[in-house]
Design a protein around this ligand. Sequence first.
Ligand SMILES: CC(C)(COP(=O)(O)OP(=O)(O)OC[C@H]1O[C@@H](n2cnc3c(N)ncnc32)[C@H](O)[C@@H]1OP(=O)(O)O)[C@@H](O)C(=O)NCCC(=O)NCCS
Length: 166
Amino acid sequence: MPGAKQQSAASALLRTFRPEDFETLYEIDQVCYPREIAYSRRELRWYLRLPGAEGIVAERDGQIAGFLLPANWEQVGHIITIDVLAQFRRAGTGSALVRESEARLVRQGVKTIEIETAVNNPAAIAFWNKHGYISRGILKDYYPGGLSAYAMIKSFGAAASGNARS
Ligand SMILES: CC(C)(COP(=O)(O)OP(=O)(O)OC[C@H]1O[C@@H](n2cnc3c(N)ncnc32)[C@H](O)[C@@H]1OP(=O)(O)O)[C@@H](O)C(=O)NCCC(=O)NCCS
């Protein structure tokens, strides 16, 4: 339902990315990640043009609190990035974004969703574990600067509803 708004149980308002959001998303990404990992405007634009990359924006208190960029590469789902501003964390915003992106990707026929997360990011690792993502290995020197990443994956079988198992 592109463009439609949804109120999650945790009170984040979810909606599809609009072009006028771009600068805010760029600024959020700059403060959510270390300088060498945060996306340039050019990279962010490129990711927003990937197949299935319909960004999902979460609003709280009338402002953009976070966003998630998904992709669908030949029926393999990917979460390119998820960013929640520090002042809005631990309130269910990230979970609402993940649940919505999983539901959208599963509706597109995706059976697995992949993400990469830095090995030194315990918050993200705990977050993904809580949502049923498991590590299938380490990608050495994955990020600029040489930081390695866990390659994480979640499968959606016939019985999967697309809801996170949290
Ligand atoms: C990771 C991130 C998206 C989580 O967003 P959030 O809105 O805080 O997530 P939620 O409130 O939905 O958290 C859901 C669960 O994840 C786990 N979790 C989230 N942050 C955590 C932390 N700092 N420490 C431990 N567990 C954490 C908890 O199990 C949490 O449930 P609880 O609050 O009931 O204990 C957010 O911290 C963020 O944007 N970080 C910076 C960017 C980043 O690292 N992105 C992920 C890269 S792959």
